[in-house]
Design a protein around this ligand. Structure first.
Ligand SMILES: *Cc1c(COP(=O)(O)O)cnc(C)c1O
Length: 594
């Protein structure tokens, strides 16, 4: 197994006990070959850690090992999706941390070991990632499978996984001598770490002795990032399950501190209750989340992507030659204005060529590099509306015929249990099959993952994004495209509200909930704005440069992580930290006002 990040021995020469921040995430994309992520959330986590390594942040991370991973997607000729597990063996891939801890859940003890993945930064700084593993001898046979499947199983299985991540994660860090000053919950999955912190603080007296001061002390340690304005995206569990998995002592503490919501254990509300800083992942998503949770102050830190992970090889070589400082400080990408547009264009063409070779290998189809090529790839969630572009095939065929051809590359996995999502993929296959003899070509590529995501975002001409506003909290694939000089054509949602400069970094599609109207606006923009500009080679090349100079310098995880450090982890003044509590906590608001 070849890993993109080098793996170091567990005895690397630095002291884990000095690390100040612990980052918890249910999924983290660590290496192309490791199936420990499903989509954007895991990519963001991985990119955040890669930036933490590059910029020397004092951080460790915790996740689960996911021995059977997130699945590999297979599509038959009709677009019917089937799945197979991606089995990997941490034993033969990563060093063990050499410690086994145990927690009590489901009324019995479960032992947890952990594997260590080191993320290595440009200057040698290491971010250790601990992957918890329940497959330990002596555990109940059912418990041994609890860290196998990412987002598999039922809600009971999921709650057990979240208990392992949150409670097990805190206990593991403490056992390793790490007492983080700040714990960051990347989405609500990790919210039980708050109970883990409380437990550790009150041992051996026990959780039942917790006072408001104890709860506040935990709160002062925690930071929470919420990632979705879709209510179904927030984990909820019945109180029976809570009692059974967590036990009555933890359950009664959760109740006593007011963390139940509508009589359910809602991980978002648990995280909100115990965090001193809460944020959404774009300015718009911050506002939407603020409306969803009016009793808490919700800030916003806009997502980014890790530049060196997503910029294509040809562009990396060009940048290393022209602007070598870009690797440790992405703001130098602004100097791309010193490179001739034709050079940028020629560099992009190399990525396009590589993508088309992949398409030829995978689908047996030869595409034409001179034809306008659109890309659309993401998790198949209904709000992302993968089929909007195909709403009126006749109109699309008309445009394609008029301009001498149009190529559309699509990809995306549907969650195995999401039948509506699977139906959407079959619909796209059916539409593509009807096009046999036209100038329009639509290809849906199998098994969207890191590798394919990289090739698609840097190889197409325009990145398309058509979510139902405001459900795309941020979106990051368009940022990957921008770093490679690829403009976006997108509904004004998530990051694009901040990233769109019309005709300069891409194009906006005015939002509508009516699919007919929305699709019409998409076709109008494509026909009247994108197509004419694509015909003007000089202006198009200039646009590529704007994408890198304007959006590449901002929508990267180096900038994002810097904002987390200075606004969330270590705010410079008490007033910023306290502003989170003005609404909920009278004591603090009085101090601020005093
Ligand atoms: C970047 C990426 C995502 C997230 O893309 P969005 O635009 O946020 O939907 C999902 N999956 C893969 C493989 C990615 O590379």
């Amino acid at each position: 197994m070849s890993l993109t990040s080098p793996v170091h021995s567990a005895s690397a020469p630095f002291d884990i006990s000095e690390r100040k921040i612990a980052y918890f995430s249910m999924e983290i994309a660590l290496a192309k070959t490791l199936p420990t992520y499903s989509g954007g959330l895991g990519m963001l986590a991985g990119d955040s850690l890669r930036s933490a390594a590059d910029t020397g942040v004092s951080l460790v991370a915790v996740s689960l090992v996911h021995r059977r991973g997130y699945f590999e997607q297979h599509l038959d000729a009709s677009g019917q999706q089937t799945e197979s597990d991606v089995v990997w063996s941490p034993e033969t891939t990563l060093p063990s941390v050499g410690k086994t801890i145990s927690i009590v859940m489901q009324g019995r003890e479960i032992k947890l070991c952990a594997w260590r993945f080191d993320v290595l930064g440009v200057t040698g700084h290491i971010i250790p990632v601990f992957l918890l593993d329940a497959d330990v001898e002596g555990n109940d046979p059912w418990d041994r499978r609890l860290t196998d499947h990412l987002y598999g199983g039922d809600t009971y299985y999921r709650l057990c996984q979240e208990a392992i991540l949150g409670l097990g994660g805190i206990h593991l860090l403490h056992a390793l001598g790490c007492q983080p000053e700040v714990c960051h919950m990347n989405e609500g999955h990790a919210a039980l770490l708050t109970i883990g912190l409380l437990e550790a603080r009150l041992a051996p007296a026990g959780l039942h002795t917790a006072t408001d001061a104890d709860a506040d002390a935990v709160k002062q340690q925690c930071v929470f990032t919420t990632h979705t304005p879709v209510p179904a995206g927030h984990d909820k569990f019945g109180t029976d399950q809570m009692m059974h998995v967590l036990g009555s002592e933890r359950a009664s503490i959760i109740e006593r501190f007011g963390c139940l919501h509508n009589e359910l254990l809602n991980m978002t509300y648990l995280a909100l209750r115990f965090s001193r800083y809460v944020n959404g992942v774009s300015m718009l998503h911050g506002q939407v989340s603020q409306q969803m949770f009016p009793e808490y102050r919700v800030h916003a830190i806009t997502n980014g992507v890790h530049a060196a992970t997503w910029i294509s090889q040809p562009f990396q070589e060009l940048l290393d030659k022209e602007i070598p400082a870009w690797r440790h400080d992405n703001q130098y990408l602004r100097s791309v204005y010193g490179i001739e547009p034709e050079v940028i264009d020629a560099t992009h063409a190399l990525g396009k060529q590589r993508l088309f070779e992949t398409v030829k290998q995978r689908a047996g189809v030869v595409l034409d590099p001179n034809i306008l090529t659109l890309g659309f790839a993401r998790r198949v969630a209904t709000y992302k509306r993968a089929n909007l572009l195909l709403h009126s095939l006749e109109r699309l065929v008309e445009i394609a015929n008029r301009i001498g051809g149009l190529q559309i590359l699509m990809a995306g996995k549907s969650h195995p249990a999401d039948n509506a999502g699977k139906g959407l993929i079959r619909d796209i296959f059916a539409a593509a099959a009807r096009l046999e003899s036209s100038k329009l070509r639509i290809l849906y590529l199998e098994n969207y993952d890191w590798e394919l995501g990289e090739q698609l975002t840097n190889g197409v001409d325009v990145w398309l994004n058509t979510p139902l506003r405001p459900y795309e909290a941020s979106g990051t694939s368009g940022m990957k495209a921008a770093m490679n000089g690829v403009p976006s054509l997108s509904v004004m949602d998530g990051w694009w509200v901040e990233g769109c400069a019309e005709n300069i970094t891409g194009w906006s599609i005015e939002n509508s909930e009516d699919e007919e109207i929305q699709a019409g606006r998409l076709y109008d923009k494509l026909e009247n704005a994108v197509v004419p500009l694509f015909a003007d080679k000089v202006r198009w090349a200039e646009m590529r440069r704007h994408c890198i100079a304007i959006n590449g310098t901002f929508f990267n995880t180096n900038r994002m992580l810097g904002q987390y450090v200075s606004n969330a982890y270590f705010p410079p003044s008490a007033s910023i930290a306290a502003s989170n509590q003005v609404v909920v906590n009278d004591e603090v608001s009085q101090t601020v006002l005093a």
